[in-house]
Design a protein around this ligand. Structure first.
Ligand SMILES: [Zn+2]
Length: 356
């Protein structure tokens, strides 16, 4: 690579279920791209959601993977919506280095009605409410939370709003998910794939991130005066390039992320960095759930008893836990002073959660 020749440094093929960081120096753009295959299929396979709900969850999982892999420390990134739409609660958790779990709450009959009315797009399934993005660095560290209002917008639009309001970094996000059919041993099998790309404008001179006072030149096609007239030329070009990504390119295994990045940015020179693998992995455990039950009042414990036992199902992965209520009706002696062991921390009951 010579200085006057934009370099294309694509090392091999990142493949499925890895988040690939990239940089386009000529445009001052940094970003990440991902295509989820088996990990997403396994994650959604744990639930039996109707297809439109799975699609929404898949897009949210992609967004969480793109955002969570930016964490530079051990911790978790939580994407959570609380809305009035057919899916009134959606939680995706990303835990470093790359564990993903997700859960959606909805009423099946409401989803069926939305589908029949042609209103089952991811944005409409959420409806009005709020999306919270939380970065949690663990016990002693401050939580950071950004909240965006939802009003029928797509998750892409919501992500743009979030970055504009909370981080003030010009950002473009593309997300797509689809249930595809494959033939295996002569049998058709449905499986989920999804993908996404996040591009951020991060020039060395921060003033370039702000719109200029005077619009210069012609507006790009489809650009609105308010939003794009004053934007930096490099960022306008990057956004236009990201805008050419078709949904199919994000889900098609024949277009792995590295090929997509090359297609988008090879003229400018794109450099890719070591990818971060992501996987379908819940972190629920018997100890964690027991810790939550220990915080229940005696009355709440009594109410949870069914046929002499307490059954808890993890909403994220469907794993079932079974406890003897006696364990929680007597205060364990080592917890009597409550001094050294803090309660199980920040994780609310898996059963009543996620959400409240
Ligand atoms: Zn679980």
């Amino acid at each position: 690579m010579t200085p006057d020749q934009p370099g294309v440094q694509i090392r091999g093929n990142a493949g499925d279920d890895v988040v690939r960081p990239f940089q386009v120096e000529a445009l001052d753009v940094r970003g990440r791209a991902v295509q989820l295959g088996p990990a997403l299929d396994a994650l959604l396979g744990r639930h039996d959601y109707p297809a439109p709900v799975s699609k929404l969850v898949a897009e949210a999982v992609v967004l969480a993977a793109l955002l969570g892999t930016s964490l530079k420390f051990q911790g978790k990134f939580i994407l959570q919506t609380k809305t009035e739409g057919p899916v009134d609660l959606l939680v995706v958790e990303f835990r470093t280095p790359g564990d993903l779990r997700a859960y959606a709450r909805f009423k099946p009959e409401v989803i069926a009605a939305a589908e029949a009315a042609g209103e089952a797009t991811p944005g409409k399934l959420l409806g009005k409410g709020f999306l919270a993005l939380t970065i949690d660095q663990g016990d002693d560290m401050q939580r950071y939370q950004g909240i965006v209002e939802l009003d029928g917008a797509t998750l892409e639009e919501v992500a743009h709003t979030y970055f504009r309001q909370s981080e003030q970094i010009p950002t473009r996000v593309r997300l797509a998910a689809a249930e595809l059919m494959v033939r295996e041993n002569g049998k058709a099998r449905r499986h989920w794939r999804a993908g996404g790309l996040l591009a951020q404008f991060m020039p060395a001179a921060p003033e370039r991130m702000k719109p200029r006072d005077l619009p210069g030149g012609d507006l790009p096609e489809g650009a609105s005066i308010e939003e794009e007239a004053g934007e930096d030329d490099a960022w306008q070009e990057a956004q236009a390039t990201v805008g050419t990504i078709a949904d199919i390119e994000l889900v098609d295994s024949d277009v792995p992320v590295d090929r997509l990045l090359y297609r988008l940015f090879h003229e400018r020179g794109v450099r890719v960095f070591d990818p971060t693998p992501v996987r379908d992995k819940c972190n629920c455990s018997r100890e964690r759930i027991a810790g939550i039950l220990h915080q229940f009042t005696a009355e709440a414990v009594e109410q949870s008893i069914e046929n002499g036992r307490i059954h808890v199902t993890c909403e994220f992965c469907g794993k079932k836990y079974d406890f003897d209520p006696a364990e929680f009706l007597v205060r364990p002696p080592d917890a009597a002073d409550g001094a050294d062991e803090p309660p199980t921390g920040d994780d609310p009951p898996e059963q009543s959660r996620p959400g409240d």
